[in-house]
Design a protein around this ligand. Structure first.
Ligand code: PLP
Ligand code: COI
Length: 345
């Protein structure tokens, strides 16, 4: 088999079906053996739990072709364990972490010709998803579920790639205090769709959500966590009083890179909207967003402009970006266990 013929450097963040996906079904209290299939379709009964009470959670990770011709994923064990947390919170069965990792390996190896070449700027996005297929009509957890993993080659999440974006402070909330903001449930994203459509109509790339309880603290955006850089070159990472920020694997990795590799001062603490104007750089971080620089925040007409400007990433975010992506693509040595090798390219 040979690498697929795609214009790798010019793909966006859209769904391009690949040849294979992994599917396992839960019935009579247990998961079946699971299999690789070519069938993209899911057939549901009209009373399936996912359709009524949104019993669904998902994950997002990427496969990379490294400089030395391997196909690898980045910290998939953390996606496996976050999915266990999401499933527990939504009263769904646990898909065992070892099976999650094996399924990622199988589906990526089966689709290896779809992993974008090293240096193309694209990657293979892997989307594990679990949802209630069993019947419900009263409000209760279903008895049957499907776990599925599919892949799609993707380019940058924001148009313009590494160009700074403009975001707005949203009047909508993404997640309730002590609700489901800290798990990766589809329902959180349903909450954000109206707000993102409005933000796009107004010319903004993303929404910055404040804490829903006091509307004072910065939480995160619709699809990424937030990082700031101080005048002194330190990293500041917003924390939630109300446990409503998704524990981003990218953000946790950036904190470790900043502390242990770049030896930056790192503060993880609640961050007030009112102090944001003191920072000199801002970035959105996530699997899809990688680290996307923010040039400006619009707070109800008042512009907060970062010193890094609208032309390119600021110097500290650039260093974090180069180190993180260098680890992911095999040109920088990362901490033990971060790179999970799957096969030869
Ligand atoms: N926050 C939200 C709301 C997200 O959807 C994502 C994407 O996964 C992230 C943060 C970043 O998380 P991760 O770095 O684990 O991809
Ligand atoms: C990811 O980064 O994996 C996400 O799930 C975010 C989503 C906005 C694509």
């Amino acid at each position: 088999m040979a690498k697929k013929e795609l214009d790798w450097s010019n793909i966006g963040f859209t769904y391009i079906p690949t040849d294979y996906r992994y599917v396992s079904n839960f019935k009579d209290g247990k998961w079946d053996d699971g299999e690789i299939t070519t069938d993209t379709r899911v057939v549901l009964s009209e009373d399936s739990g996912v359709l009524h009470y949104a019993q669904e959670c998902f994950e997002g990770l990427k496969a990379y072709e490294t400089k030395d011709g391997k196909i690898v994923t980045f910290r998939p064990d953390l996606n496996a364990s976050r999915m266990l947390d999401s499933a527990a919170r939504l009263e769904m069965p646990q898909f065992p972490a070892d099976r999650f990792l094996k399924a990622v390996e199988e589906v990526v190896a089966a689709n290896k010709d779809w992993v974008p070449p090293y240096g193309s700027g694209a990657t293979l996005y892997i989307r594990p998803v679990m949802f209630a297929t069993g019947n419900v009509i009263g409000v209760k957890p279903a008895d049957e579920y499907q776990f599925r993993i599919f892949c799609t080659p993707v380019g940058p999440y924001f148009k313009g790639g590494a160009k700074p974006i403009v975001v707005k402070i949203s009047d909508f909330d993404r997640a309730a205090p002590h609700g489901t903001g800290n798990i990766k449930a589809g329902l959180n994203y349903a909450m954000s769709l109206h707000a993102i459509v409005k933000a796009h109509e107004e010319g903004f790339a993303e929404n910055v959500y404040l804490d829903a309880e006091s509307r004072t603290y910065i939480e995160e955006t619709g699809g990424a966590n937030i990082i700031f850089v101080t005048k002194e070159g330190g990293l500041v990472v917003p924390q939630s009083h109300t446990d409503s920020i998704l524990p981003s694997i990218t953000r946790r990795s950036i904190v470790q890179v900043a502390r242990d590799i770049l030896h930056l001062n790192v503060e993880e603490r609640p961050v007030k909207l009112s102090e944001v104007e003191n920072f000199v750089e801002m970035g959105l971080c996530g699997t899809a967003a990688v680290i996307s620089p923010v040039g400006k925040i619009n707070d109800h007409g008042k512009e907060i402009c970062f010193a890094s400007g609208m032309d390119e990433m600021g110097p500290v975010i650039k260093k974090l970006y180069d180190t993180l992506t260098g680890i992911q693509m095999g040109s920088v040595e990362g901490p033990e266990g971060w790179i999970h090798e799957i096969c030869e390219a």
